[in-house]
Design a protein around this ligand. Structure first.
Ligand code: MSP
Length: 513
């Protein structure tokens, strides 16, 4: 049964160009969206940009431009890059759009109607880079500096509207604890639960001293707190609160909010509480991936280890975009922190070239040389053939399980393991020796057939990870992909007499340091 599947990325601050961190989250969501489409699901994949708040105002002031100019310029860069990198989002929302602003105001009006908003005064600490309120204890523990940027926390003292967050704490706690709202990885779930236990504060949701934001309904002196504005994007983009809520009805609740670990609290506490206030179903899952460092250190412009857009582009143009995708997805067990480094990059590139590319090449070349490019019919199977074909048959099942758990590193490496097994099988059965002995023709047929079947399955399983190269490999195997589901691609064996080739290296060797 085809399912509906809705996946989102955070909406990024367009205060600078995208870098490895933004690329990675979008890539993870893209791989999952591609897999879901490949198994026949109806997918909605949303990304976009978050224009408002003090961080945007400060970055703009530093650059000597208006917040709107800064946002518009960098937003274009995000959009163009995501297109250039081939990400398959279905919608891209900017919080500056009328469809968003109008719907956010409707959301706040509905929260007001639930009796959940009141006027009061806030006094406390604020992390302007993170756009986050910090409790007294947390501020003290962090020596009144941001845990993320290290910059001093700001003391805020002003009149503000509050959202009755405390009213929803128990319900949110229960939803997370029971996995009704799945928070992953499990360690992050425990972190959120321990911070949430006994939480009794409401949330300041407006700023009277800021002009750059969406006006508070009923009080134009205030703009909305940027996180209320931003989190709402996940439903405003579906038309919630507008005249046409059909998309919202079709795709909500969201299957996965893919985020980085530093914005867990907003997504697992503020957002569910807002949804409860609106009487809307909670997200099914929030998955927080880890953070990238570079060559063992925090990425920093001044440190010269910053993996910026230029670096992403030059890597993609040198090694191929798909090699970059594979590298990032296999760099660590999904959810853990990751480190960008040359040594690991070359190891990962060699897996693609020496295992996947090389094996495909061998299969195509041997079939060309010994059987005029036609896949021969298999004869009687022996144990080694069966072992390979069984592994190939298990792959789609293992993959389904890995994608369900969002173990994205396994999603990337499981098909490579099948290619590695196929390579090993070819080494062990030595078709190049059998070819010299006419009495072994039947055995040779079986080996050529089995390895071609296995490679077709490995490449099909790799389509969400290496969309260009896997397609190219399947083209070399003369397998049409258009309109086919993964089950069709893996279950229909290559028929006897199916012509394959010509081959060409999928990942031409590059002088990797
Ligand atoms: N605008 C908010 C999100 C609002 S969502 C309703 C925001 N924007 S951001 O531009 O700062 O992007 C944060 C996201 O970028 C992180 O959650 C993560 O997805 C990604 N990354 C930014 N730097 C990163 C690393 N160094 N490593 C991995 N990903 C990180 O927060």
């Amino acid at each position: 049964m085809p399912e509906r599947f809705y996946i989102t990325t955070p909406i990024y601050y367009p205060n600078a160009e995208p870098h490895l961190g933004h690329f990675y989250t979008t890539l993870c969501a893209d791989a999952v969206a591609r897999y879901r489409r490949l198994i026949g699901d109806e997918v909605w994949f949303l990304t976009g940009t978050d224009w408002h708040g003090i961080k945007m105002v400060k970055s703009a002031a530093a650059a000597g431009v208006s917040p709107h100019e800064l946002a518009a310029k960098n937003d274009q860069s995000f959009f163009d890059c995501w297109k250039e990198f081939g990400f398959t989002f279905d919608d891209y929302i900017r919080t500056s759009e009328p469809r968003h602003k109008e719907s956010v105001q409707e959301i706040v009006r509905r929260m007001q109607a639930s009796g959940d908003i009141y006027l009061g005064a806030y006094e406390g600490w604020y992390d302007e880079g993170q756009e986050e309120f910090i409790t007294e204890t947390e501020a003290k523990d962090a020596e009144f500096k941001s845990k993320i940027s290290g910059k001093p926390l700001m003391r805020y003292r002003e009149s503000t509207y509050f959202f009755k967050l405390a009213k929803y704490v128990d319900a949110v706690y229960r939803a997370i604890e029971s996995d009704q709202l799945l928070v992953r990885p499990a360690a992050r779930k425990n972190e959120v639960l321990s911070k949430l236990k006994g939480w009794n504060q409401d949330l300041s949701i407006s700023r009277a001293t800021l002009k750059w934001g969406i006006p508070m309904p009923g009080d134009a002196e205030h703009v909305l707190y940027v996180w209320i504005d931003a989190l709402s994007n996940y439903i405003t983009a579906l038309g919630y609160g507008s005249d046409d809520e059909s998309k919202f009805k079709r795709f909500w609740p969201v299957d996965v909010h893919m985020i980085g670990k530093e914005i867990m609290w907003f997504h697992t506490v503020y957002w569910p509480a807002m949804l409860l206030s609106l009487g809307i179903a909670l997200p099914k899952q929030v998955y927080a991936h880890g953070w990238w460092t570079s060559e063992g250190k925090k990425m920093g412009k001044s440190l010269g280890n910053f993996i910026d857009l230029d670096r992403l582009r030059s890597t993609a143009s040198k090694y191929s975009l798909d090699a970059l995708r594979y590298y990032a997805l296999r760099a660590a067990p999904f959810g853990n922190d990751l480190d960008w480094n040359e040594g690991d990059f070359s190891k990962s590139f060699n897996e693609l070239a020496d295992v996947l590319g090389n094996c495909l090449n061998r299969v195509i070349n041997m079939t060309g040389r010994y059987r005029d490019g036609k896949v021969p019919a298999a004869g009687e199977l022996v144990d080694s053939d069966r072992a390979l074909l069984d592994q190939a048959k298990r792959l789609p099942v293992q993959l389904a399980d890995a994608y369900a758990r969002l173990a994205l590193h396994e999603c990337a490496t499981l098909p490579i393991e099948l290619a590695r097994a196929t390579n090993g099988y070819i080494e062990a059965t030595a078709p190049f020796k059998l070819a010299k002995d006419p009495a072994q023709a039947g055995r040779l047929d079986t080996i050529l057939n089995s390895s071609a079947q296995a490679m077709k399955i490995a490449l099909s399983a790799m389509l969400p990870i290496l969309p260009g190269k896997a397609l190219e490999g399947l083209r070399q195997l003369n397998v049409p992909v258009e309109g086919k589901t993964l089950a069709q691609l893996t279950d229909e064996p290559l028929a006897a007499g199916h012509v394959i080739g010509p081959g060409a290296p999928l990942f031409p060797k590059i002088d990797v340091k």
